[in-house]
Design a protein around this ligand. Sequence first.
Ligand SMILES: *[C@@H]1O[C@H](CO)[C@@H](O)[C@H](O)[C@H]1NC(C)=O
Ligand SMILES: *[C@@H]1O[C@H](CO)[C@@H](O)[C@H](O)[C@H]1NC(C)=O
Ligand SMILES: *[C@@H]1O[C@H](CO)[C@@H](O)[C@H](O)[C@H]1NC(C)=O
Ligand SMILES: *[C@@H]1O[C@H](CO)[C@@H](O)[C@H](O)[C@H]1NC(C)=O
Ligand SMILES: *[C@@H]1O[C@H](CO)[C@@H](O)[C@H](O)[C@H]1NC(C)=O
Ligand SMILES: *[C@@H]1O[C@H](CO)[C@@H](O)[C@H](O)[C@H]1NC(C)=O
Ligand SMILES: *[C@@H]1O[C@H](CO)[C@@H](O)[C@H](O)[C@H]1NC(C)=O
Ligand SMILES: *[C@@H]1O[C@H](CO)[C@@H](O)[C@H](O)[C@H]1NC(C)=O
Ligand SMILES: *[C@@H]1O[C@H](CO)[C@@H](O)[C@H](O)[C@H]1NC(C)=O
Ligand SMILES: *[C@@H]1O[C@H](CO)[C@@H](O)[C@H](O)[C@H]1NC(C)=O
Ligand SMILES: *[C@@H]1O[C@H](CO)[C@@H](O)[C@H](O)[C@H]1NC(C)=O
Length: 859
Amino acid sequence: MFKLLRELRSLVSSIAIIVCVCMSLLNQASQKTALVAAATTTTITTATLGGNGTDYLALLSIKAQITNDPMLVTSSWNDSLHFCLWEGEIPHEMGSLFRLQVLNLTHNLLEGQIPANLSSCNNLRRLSLGYNKFIGNLPIELGSLNQLVHLYMNSNNLSGAIPPSFGNLSSLKLFSISENMLEGSIPNSLGSLKSLRYLSFISNKISGMIPPSIYNISSLTALEARVNLLEGSLPQNLGLTLPNIKRLNLGKNHLSGSIPLSIANASKLEHLILSANKLYPRVAVNFGNLKNLLWLSLFEDGLGTGDANDLNFILTLVNCSKLRILSLDANNFGGVLPNSLVNLSTQHHISGNIPVDFGNLVSLNAVDMSYNRLTGTIPTSIGKLHKIQELGFGKNKLSGEIPSSIGNWTLANQLWLEENDFQGNIPSSLGNCIDLILLHLYGNNLSGSIPREVIGISSLSKSLDLSRNSLTGPIPPEVGSLKTLVELNLSYNKLSGKIPSSLGSCNTLEYLFLDNNSLGGAIPQSLSSLKAIEELGLSHNNLSGEIPIFFEKFPFLRNLNLSFNNLEGEVPVKGVFQNASAISISRNNKLCGGIPVLQLPTCAPKKPRKLIIPIVFGVLGIILASSILILCCLRKMRKQSLVASSLMDSSGNISYRDLLKATNGFSSDNLIGTGSFGSVYKGILHPNEKTIAVKVLDQQNVGASKSFLAECKTLRNIKHRNLIKIISVCASVDFQGNDFKALIYEFMENGSLESWLHPVSQTGTTHKQPKSLNLLQRLGIAIDVASALDYLHNHCHVPIIHCDIKPSNILLDSDMTAHVGDFGLARLLQNRNNEVSHSQNSSVGIKGTIGYAAPGNLQ
Ligand SMILES: *[C@@H]1O[C@H](CO)[C@@H](O)[C@H](O)[C@H]1NC(C)=O
Ligand SMILES: *[C@@H]1O[C@H](CO)[C@@H](O)[C@H](O)[C@H]1NC(C)=O
Ligand SMILES: *[C@@H]1O[C@H](CO)[C@@H](O)[C@H](O)[C@H]1NC(C)=O
Ligand SMILES: *[C@@H]1O[C@H](CO)[C@@H](O)[C@H](O)[C@H]1NC(C)=O
Ligand SMILES: *[C@@H]1O[C@H](CO)[C@@H](O)[C@H](O)[C@H]1NC(C)=O
Ligand SMILES: *[C@@H]1O[C@H](CO)[C@@H](O)[C@H](O)[C@H]1NC(C)=O
Ligand SMILES: *[C@@H]1O[C@H](CO)[C@@H](O)[C@H](O)[C@H]1NC(C)=O
Ligand SMILES: *[C@@H]1O[C@H](CO)[C@@H](O)[C@H](O)[C@H]1NC(C)=O
Ligand SMILES: *[C@@H]1O[C@H](CO)[C@@H](O)[C@H](O)[C@H]1NC(C)=O
Ligand SMILES: *[C@@H]1O[C@H](CO)[C@@H](O)[C@H](O)[C@H]1NC(C)=O
Ligand SMILES: *[C@@H]1O[C@H](CO)[C@@H](O)[C@H](O)[C@H]1NC(C)=O
């Protein structure tokens, strides 16, 4: 590796640099949004920064340091051309690196075509260009790289067809070109890649048949072509010609024909995914020999004829004791639901109307048979599938009671049992499923009251939908436990009593439907805390009293249905009430006022004023005061969410709500560390599933706010591969109206250096195996940190002193590159020769961490 590095440097040191520059240039765009945004939050103008200016200077300073530029790469770097047009791609001259063995440029923003000249690097073993923005065709010339073992081009914008010349890459073991825009068919010549193990071109537009020669590559362990336009049928002897295959993933194509019986001979098979094709309806495969099968996915395949024998093939799964995911939904399978999904350690017995046993499938994590035509009942023995996390039997014709043994699925996450014919009560044992995030029982014939154990499952965060049943009684007050729930639907039942005021605790609710019940009384004031609400349905009940004024203040409310109740008094005019199409208030007795379009009578001035004056004034006073408060909060929030939205890069808005969702309500499970200034949570940002780290500042701590400003101010100025990248900033108010400030960073998979050096000293993060760093990694980290510091001290627009370099502030990403983080104490040097600016450090005391702080800091 060192040899390679040296070679690269001595050959054309400039080229490597140009590649970097180019990346930094391209990265600039997204970075800038974040920086400008940070500046806005701190109300510091960016005018003095000069935006592009620093880039220009940076490039010039790089140019100044290049002493040897034999290819004259930087010759165009002069003022006659805007610096954004200065040359910097993968340079064609790369082709001169004929001794190069490994070229890995993944995860950058490189553009342009892949230079054909790379084919001159004929010692190349690994070429990884994935996760860039390359366009154009795959160069035919690359076919001559006969030493190439590993060709990885995922996630670019490559188009055209796979060149037949690639059939000459005789050493190739891995060929992965997923997530591009490739067209045409797979060249027959690829069949001559006799060493190939891994072939993947998921998510392209490749059409035609898979050439028979591909099925002749007996070394192949993975053939992954999900989401393409492939057609034709699978060869009947596939299982014999691909004896090593572990993953056969051809879902979402236009494949036809039957599933080859010879699959049974591919005994190493782990993933068989043929879903979303148009296969022959009968599945006749005997899976008995596939003892390693983990994942069988045949959903949306047009399988099944609707008759009782359709599911017989499941019988042969008894030996697949490792099977974890069985996905057969949206087919046409008929017959009775597998009567006993149990671990029959004794031989499975099959009797008259029990056509199927799942046998040893106790490892099953997920079964999905939704959207079929299953009949019969769910057997009690299903409780033995105690590892179930997801189970879908929704939208079938199942009947009988829901067995209480499903309370044994303590790991269950999502349960879909909706739209069947289930009767009887909702089993209260479901309350044992303390990891449930989604429960769908809607559209059945369930009766009785809602068990308090079930509505109190506090883990429910996605959705609880019990609508369209015959549930009676009141809504149990335990509903208040649903503190992270987004959707609650209890509509179309026979629920009575009042709306429990505890419902106000469910302050992450975005969708709440209680329509078509017999709920009475007034709408509780406590609902004023449901600030996240977007759609609210209370129609067709017997609600009385006035329309609460606080509905005006829900910033996201866009659909409010109060029709068919007994509401009276004045209809508010602000917020959602400004838009007649967003509200429905018809068929209430005595409503008045509102916006003119509603054509309601004007409200009569209240007569018995004298008696009530003190009370009215008192109440008015309180309302006024709280409205002013709320208004202030709202204005602040609006202002700050404006700020916040200007912060975002292309990943979209990051609001308090998004963060709440991403971190599962800032749950302690996601807590990855706490520091003097707040807590850091891991989160997954929807919809793009990006993993982030969220540093929430402790608002009680006065220093935290300063730290936030300092960090924004600092990070605004800088950008370097060894500095932690800030994705966004969120300054808002939370649903309780408190100030909320958070910094959102890229998630660093390998945690802090501290956790590697002193694994026990870290609380909260228990590591499965002891970590250790080898010498090279240590050296690498040292170089990374040194580069970051060098950059901060010598190459920033304004030099920056971090002031708190210590292992816990050095974070490691997935490939162990070190990133310096936590700029809460950083100082900017106004002028290179000036004294340290004291502006942020007026308070006396030690800055930094004892043991790491420089002596000069201990003033
Ligand atoms: C940066 O460069 C772009 C492209 O030339 C230009 O539109 C923009 O105005 C420049 N911004 C600054 C601050 O110079
Ligand atoms: C600047 O770069 C352009 C484009 O490479 C070149 O034509 C021109 O001669 C250069 N000018 C100077 C002064 O070097
Ligand atoms: C491609 O490489 C060859 C030598 O390997 C060189 O002569 C040629 O100039 C290169 N082409 C480009 C466009 O750099
Ligand atoms: C593969 O290489 C051989 C000889 O090196 C050459 O004749 C042939 O044209 C190449 N095949 C393709 C499809 O480029
Ligand atoms: C597959 O290999 C067999 C024997 O190795 C050969 O007879 C057959 O022609 C090959 N099929 C294709 C399509 O290459
Ligand atoms: C393939 O599997 C079938 C059924 O399991 C078996 O009868 C046959 O002998 C196997 N063929 C080979 C070549 O292993
Ligand atoms: C399951 O495995 C046992 C023993 O290996 C074998 O006797 C039985 O036939 C297998 N069942 C099926 C359905 O293949
Ligand atoms: C499931 O089967 C295994 C072995 O076949 C046996 O050890 C285990 O006790 C069985 N579990 C139950 C719940 O029957
Ligand atoms: C459910 O678990 C209980 C103990 O928690 C056990 O007694 C019962 O047999 C289990 N039911 C089923 C159907 O597995
Ligand atoms: C709530 O339930 C009703 C009745 O099942 C249904 O019409 C409505 O679409 C549901 N709302 C949501 C958001 O799912
Ligand atoms: C509706 O509520 C009123 C009291 O507000 C009550 O008198 C009436 O009986 C209720 N109607 C029904 C159908 O529950």
